[in-house]
Structures are given as structure tokens and as C-alpha cells.
Design a protein around this ligand. Structure first.
Ligand code: ADP
Length: 493
């Protein structure tokens, strides 16, 4: 099958979160299954043309928007280590900026144009390349206009090249909906007939995500539990009705991990490599992490977090319990993250107050993230909601035991520890229910107690996580089956 991914980030070119991991790794797993997969994304300033060997492939792009012609060009490169083509939409006025989505004063004011252009340019490029995919897989709101354009843009509908292309829209996080002033509808050439409550109108705004949810052939999200959750008002962000109405056309497929990038046996960022059968190298990784963070090199439990520092990730809960916990327990904690200034300041200040026990790095640091997954003992993911969550998967793969809240992909991938279940090879971490500081504390205390009092079961628990197979291949097979259904639906339409 020929499959095109349209997305706003893909690892290793540009990444702000899990979306990039998926768009960098799933194409590889699909290509391994014999598909012709290609990826399309904007060429932001952060993506260096020279470093990635990008070369022009379509030099003169012309896309109509709001009565004007916007010009651009298309560059091509490859996902590193593969033959998978990645097309980059070059438009300096829109994408040559320091940030991806946000500038100094928050979200860019023209994000509607920036991503509508991505969608129009993606379809233009296919025709220009004369490469017609069977399925276009669009990710999050930034790419979600594509299904609407294919079904309703008059010039696109009139062009036989586009007929019968199937669409799959994936929700990586329903909190991000891309809601804009309605004029985007006509600016990108869509008829006002799409701007209804059954279409992309959403409380007086044009919702790009909703366009993807209504006009695509299938909708997916990144875990089964999150798929159930977003059908309810508590999680659906107002789109629960739209999703429920899609019935069996909406399903959850758990995200996997890139088992080559995230492999403690071969990871070059680690002081020492290790495996589930020979885990000794993990001790050297802990010492290395402590040295890297300026913490005393002591054999105490190290609790870690790697995350965007935003409220839904549970940092208010962590704030509430961490100072006391550090005071009381002979332990250390490490945090890597960036995001909300109030959390950045709080955790930086705490690290200055407790330099022997707590290290915080504000920023984005891929290498340090690898060192943390390897060097820590316990990994916290106390999210209010978590569509898939990847960090708990990386932690498990590196033998670091996760403490997570029972929601979304966390509920689906971490199994709470009990002695019989540990011995049966099933338990992989600690799971608490309520989004409350005490519940998180309960989870951490359970982990610390097992770590200190029952080394054999602790080691087994770690090993269970390392042996779980979260590689993409399993989920890629599910996507493949879905693409086949999509083709059947789209060609019949
Ligand atoms: P989300 O997409 O909501 O941010 P996920 O758990 O799905 O959450 O994915 C987060 C990804 O971003 C993981 O690959 C994680 O390692 C990475 N990450 C988050 N913050 C940082 C950071 N400050 N430095 C390096 N990697 C980070």
C-alpha cells in the first residue's frame, strides 16, 4: 500500500512531544511490512537543510489561500537510516521562525494559516510528484483539514487524481483542537456547507480537529482506554458526541516505541549498556546520571520525571509532595522538562534549595532523557489524562519502574504490582487511581518499600517491564488492517 503521513512534527527532525515519536517510528514499522510510506511536514527553522541533506524536488509550489497565491517549494530528505522519503514544505514566511507553534507571546497568531497551508500544500505536492497514496494518515489538528479538502474543496473534488484516496485521522491529544475564526473555511477554499454542527463548526469557531474527525474515513486515537475516555464529557473536550457518532469508525490503537532508538543494549547515550538478562550495567548508568546532574553518587533510590511541564502531566501533585518526600526519605529525584514558567521556576528553586537530593534541568535534552530512563529506579507519570504516554514505555524498557495514574495509555500499559503477579511476569509498575497528591504519594511509597525491603521482587518487577514488547510492529499490524478497511471504504464511496 502507498501511505502518506501528514504531520507537524516527526522525530528526529523536530519534536515537542509524543506525536513526533509516532510520526518518526510508525512509518519505519510500516515500511518493514512492505509498504511505500512517505511523510510530509513543514520545514521549520529548526530543521537544518544541510544537516539532513534536504534537496529541492518541486521548486515552484503555488497554493491559493484567501484569494492570494502563496508560493513555496518542496524539499525531500529521508528518515535517517531508511529509504523513507520525507517531504518538507518550505515557506519561509510561515515556518522560518524560532518556534514550532509558539513565539515569545504564546501561540503564533497565524497558526490557522500555517497549518491550513500545510494541508493544501500536502495535496498539491502529491499531484506535483504524481504519487497517489491509497491512504493519507493525518495527525492531530495541524493536518486535519486534509480529509475535509479531499471531500469538499471544489477544485480537489473535480480532480480525478484525488478520487478514492482514503483518510485516517489520529488524535494524539484531544485537548489540542485547532479552533479558529470561521473565515478559515473560505480562506482555504472550502464551501460554507462544511461549517455546520455536523461538519467543522464548533461553538462558533472552525475546529480543524473536528474537520478531521467528521470528514475522515476512520478516526483513531493512541490507546484503547483513551478511546473510551474521549467518548465521555470528562475527557472529550466537547467532541465526545462527534466521536460517539462515528461508532465503529473510531478506535484506539496503542502507540509503540522505536525499539532501535530506545534500546538499553545499544544506546550510545548510556555509560554502560545492559539487558534484562544482564542488568548490571544499570548501576553504572545510575552513577553516571548522578554525576551528570551533580548529585552525590550514592546507592539510594532515584525517582525521575521527563515531561512537558504542564498541568495535565500532574506537576501540581508532584509539587505538593516532593519537598516533604525528599526531606523524609533517603532518596534522590531528577526532573527534566520545560513548559509552564511557574513549574520551571518552582522546580529550579527546589533544586537550589536541596542540591544533594534534587536536580532539575529546565529545557529539552534528548541525551539526558536517555540517561534518566537508564539511570533512575522509579519513574513518575501522574497525569490527569494521558492519551498514550511514551515515557512509561521507555522507562519500562530501561528497567525503571513506573508509578502512573490509571488513565488512558498508562492504564493499558502498566500493570500494578502484587507479589503473585510479579512472580507471574505480569506486574510492571505501580498504578494509583485518583488525581490527588496523596494517591501519588501512596504509589511512590509502595515503590520505595518494595525497592528497600524486597530486592528479589523488585528485580523481577524491573525485568518484567524490560521484557514487555512495546515495539511498533504489533500496532503497525493493526494500522495496516485499518488502512485496508479504509481503502475498501474509500474506493466504494
Ligand atoms: P506528550 O506527547 O504528551 O508530551 P508522551 O509521553 O507521549 O507525552 O511523549 C513525550 C516525549 O517527549 C517522550 O519521548 C519524552 O522522552 C520526550 N520529552 C518530553 N520532555 C522532554 C525533555 N524536556 N527533554 C527530552 N525529551 C523530552
Amino acid at each position: 500500500m502507498r501511505i502518506l503521513f501528514v504531520c507537524s512534527e516527526a522525530d528526529p527532525f523536530v519534536k515537542t512531544g509524543g506525536l513526533a515519536d509516532v510520526c518518526g517510528a510508525l512509518p519505519k514499522a510500516l515500511a518493514r511490512r512492505g509498504h511505500d510510506v512517505r511523510v510530509m511536514l513543514p520545514r521549520y527553522r529548526a530543521i537544518d537543510r544541510g544537516k539532513w541533506g534536504l534537496r529541492p524536488i518541486l521548486p515552484e509550489m503555488k497554493v491559493d489561500y484567501a484569494g492570494h497565491t502563496i508560493t513555496g517549494e518542496v524539499l525531500v530528505g529521508h528518515l535517517p537510516g531508511t529509504e523513507i522519503p520525507v517531504y518538507f514544505i518550505e515557506q519561509p514566511h510561515l515556518y522560518d521562525r524560532p518556534g514550532i507553534y509558539d513565539g515569545e507571546h504564546g501561540a503564533f497568531g497565524d497558526n490557522d494559516l500555517r497549518f491550513a497551508f500545510l494541508c493544501l500544500a500536502a495535496l498539491w505536492t502529491l499531484k506535483g510528484l504524481d504519487w497517489r497514496p491509497d491512504v493519507i494518515h493525518t495527525h492531530d489538528w495541524q493536518a486535519a483539514l486534509v480529509p475535509a479538502l479531499l471531500k469538499h474543496h471544489p477544485a480537489i473534488v473535480a480532480e480525478p487524481f484525488y478520487h478514492g484516496i482514503g483518510t485516517v485521522q489520529t488524535i494524539h491529544n484531544i485537548a489540542y483542537q485547532g479552533n479558529f475564526a470561521p473565515h478559515i473555511v473560505e480562506n482555504c477554499g472550502l464551501p460554507w456547507s462544511v461549517y455546520t454542527s455536523e461538519g467543522m463548526e464548533f461553538y462558533g469557531r472552525a475546529s480543524l480537529l473536528k474537520a478531521g474527525l467528521t470528514f475522515s474515513d476512520f478516526v483513531t486515537t493512541v490507546s484503547r482506554t483513551y478511546a473510551d475516555e474521549v467518548r465521555t464529557p470528562a475527557f472529550g473536550g466537547g467532541l465526545e458526541g462527534v466521536l460517539s457518532a462515528r461508532g465503529e469508525r473510531f478506535l484506539g490503537i496503542q502507540n509503540g516505541i522505536d525499539a532501535e532508538v530506545w534500546n538499553p543494549e545499544a544506546d550510545k547515550a548510556l555509560a554502560k549498556n545492559y539487558t534484562a538478562d544482564r542488568p548490571e550495567g544499570k548501576d553504572a548508568c545510575k552513577t553516571d546520571l548522578q554525576e551528570f546532574c551533580g548529585l552525590p553518587k550514592r546507592n539510594v533510590p532515584v525517582v525521575a520525571m521527563v515531561s512537558r511541564l504542564v498541568e495535565p502531566k500532574g506537576f501540581d501533585l508532584i509539587k505538593e509532595i516532593l519537598p516533604d518526600l525528599l526531606q523524609r526519605e533517603d532518596m534522590q529525584a531528577v526532573l527534566l522538562g520545560s513548559g509552564s514558567p511557574r513549574f520551571e521556576k518552582y522546580f529550579s528553586d527546589l533544586a537550589r534549595l536541596m542540591p544533594k537530593k534534587f536536580a532539575a534541568k529546565v529545557g529539552y535534552d534528548e541525551k539526558m532523557a536517555h540517561k534518566i530512563y537508564a539511570g533512575a529506579d522509579i519513574f513518575l507519570v501522574p497525569s490527569a489524562f494521558e492519551p498514550s504516554g511514551l515515557t512509561q514505555l521507555y522507562a519500562m524498557r530501561y528497567g525503571t519502574v513506573p508509578v502512573v495514574r490509571r488513565t488512558g495509555g498508562l492504564a493499558d500499559t502498566v500493570s500494578h504490582a502484587s507479589v503473585p503477579e510479579i512472580e507471574a511476569g505480569k506486574s510492571t509498575g505501580f498504578v494509583f487511581n485518583d488525581f490527588l497528591p496523596d494517591a501519588l504519594l501512596w504509589g511512590i511509597n509502595q515503590a520505595l518499600t518494595l525497592y528497600r525491603t524486597d530486592k528479589p521482587h523488585w528485580s523481577r518487577l524491573r525485568r518484567n517491564g524490560m521484557l514487555k514488547n512495546f515495539a511498533w510492529d504489533i500496532s503497525a499490524a493493526e494500522y495496516e488492517a485499518l488502512y485496508q478497511k479504509t481503502v475498501a471504504v474509500a474506493t466504494k464511496a
